[in-house]
Design a protein around this ligand. Sequence first.
Ligand code: NAD
Ligand code: UDX
Length: 455
Amino acid sequence: MKTILCIGAGYVGGPTMAMIAKKCPDIKVLVVDIDAARIQAWQSDRLPIYEPGLAELVKATLNKNLFFSTDVAAGIREADIIFVSVNTPTKTFGEGAGRAANLQYWEKTAREIKANATSDKIVVEKSTLPVRTAEAMERILHSGNKTVHFEVLSNPEFLAEGTATKDLETPDRILIGGHDTESGHRAVAALADVYAHWVPRNRILTTSVWSSELSKLAANAFLAQRISSINSLSALCERTEANISEVARAIGMDARIGSRFLNASVGFGGSCFKKDILNLVYLCQHYGLTEVATYWEQVVTMNEYQEDRFAKKMSSTMFNTVAGKRIAVFGFAFKADTGDTRESPAIRVCRYLIEERAAVVVTDPKALENAKKDLADLAGKITYEPDPYKAAEGAHALAVITDWEDYATLDYKRIYDSMVKPAFIFDGRNCLDHKTLFEIGFNVHPIGKIPLSHL
Ligand code: NAD
Ligand code: UDX
C-alpha cells in the first residue's frame, strides 16, 4: 500500500487529505502537525475547523486509511509522497516585512524531510509559495546528500473556505508542476494517478514548476482584483445613483467577463488574497518590475479603502458620531460557512468603531472564539453574543459584515421593535431584503445603492 504524508494539518492539509483518503482506499494517508491540540481535535468529534461536510468526510476514513499524528519523523520515513501544507504567512519582520512570505515554517519542514528520509521521496508543495521556491527546497534537500533522491513538485490548492469539500470533490482543475526530466515526469505521473482516482484526466493540468507556482498567486490576484474592481465602482454608484447590483449583472452577462465574483461588499477577507497579492508585489519589486508591483498593490489598497469607507459611512450617517451608541455587528467570519476570521473586514470595522467609542456587540454563529482572539487587546470594550436577537436589543444600528444565510431570514420586525430609534442597518453584503426592512421602519444603507432613509 502506498503511503502519503501531509505535513501541516490546517485548513488545507486536513480537508485535502481527508478527500484523498476517501477517494483512494488503496492509499494510506498520514497527516502530521507540530500542534498537538490540533491533531487531537482532528481525532475527536470537535474538528479544529468548521467546514460543511467535513465532519462526515473525516469520520468515514479516520483510523481506516486516514491517520493524524504528531510524529513528523516517522511519517517522513514511511511516506512515498510528502505534501507540505504548512502556513506561509506574510513576514512581519526584517527584509520584505509586510509583503514577502515568511518561509521559516516551510524551510523547517525541508530540513526535517532531509534529516529523516531514508528512501527516495516525491515532495509536493501544497502551500502557496513565491515563484522559484522549489529551487530553494531542492537545494536544501540535496545539500550534503548523495543517497536519497527528492523530486519536488508544485501542486497548489485552489479550495475556498466554506466550500472546501465540494471544491475538493469536483475541482475546476488540478495543477501539477514538475521538471522536464525523466524523474520529473515520473513524479508528475505518480501524483496525477492519485488525483485520477476521482478527477477526470482532462482536468489534471501539468506545467513547469515555475508556471504552477506563479499560477496560484495569479489566480488569487485575479479573483481579488475582480472584487476590488466592483467595490471601487460601488463608491461611484453611491455618488451617482447607479445601482451596483444592476451594473454587476449587466457586465457579468458579457461572457468574456462572466458573472461570478462580482458581489460588492465591505471588502474581501481571508487568509489568502491579501497575503498572496503582497507576495506577488514583493516578487515584482525584487525583479525590478516597479510598475507591475504598483498595479497589483492597488488591489489591496482599494480593499482597505472599502473597509474604511464602510466604517466611516456608519459614523457620518448616524449624525457624525457613534460614541456611546450600541452597534450590533452581524457576522465576524470573513465569509459565510466558516469560523475563520483571518483578515476579516470585521476586524478593521470593529477597531474603527471602538476607536470612535461605540459600544460594540459582535454576534456570529461560528466565529466568536476566533473573534475574541483577534480583538483580545480590546477585551472589556466589546461584548460577544451568540444570539443575534439579543445582540440587536437596544442597538442604534446593525452592521452586516458576514453573509450568513440565516441573517436573511431573521424576524426583523422583532429586531426593529427592540432597537433604539431611528434604527439603522448597514448591509455590508447586500444580502438582506432592503425594501422590506425599510417598510418595517429601518433606515437601510446598502453597498453601492441609494440608501432607503426615513430621515
Ligand atoms: P494553517 O495555519 O491552517 O495550517 C498550517 C499548519 O501547519 C498549522 O497547523 C501548523 O501548526 C502546521 N505547521 C507549521 N510548521 C510545521 C512543521 N514544521 N511541522 C509540522 N506542522 C507544521 O494554514 P492553511 O490555511 O492550511 O494554509 C496552508 C497553506 O495553504 C498556506 O500556504 C496557504 O497560503 C495555502 N492555502 C490556503 C487556503 C485556505 O483557504 N486556507 C487555500 C489555498 C491555499
Ligand atoms: C480564496 C480563493 O477563492 C481560493 O481559490 C483560494 O484557494 C484561497 O483563497 P477564500 O479566501 O477561502 O478562497 O474565499 P473566497 O470565496 O475567495 O472569498 C474571499 C473573500 O472575498 C471573502 O471575504 C468573500 O466574502 C469576498 N468576496 C467574494 C466578495 O466580497 N465578493 C465576491 O463576489 C466574492
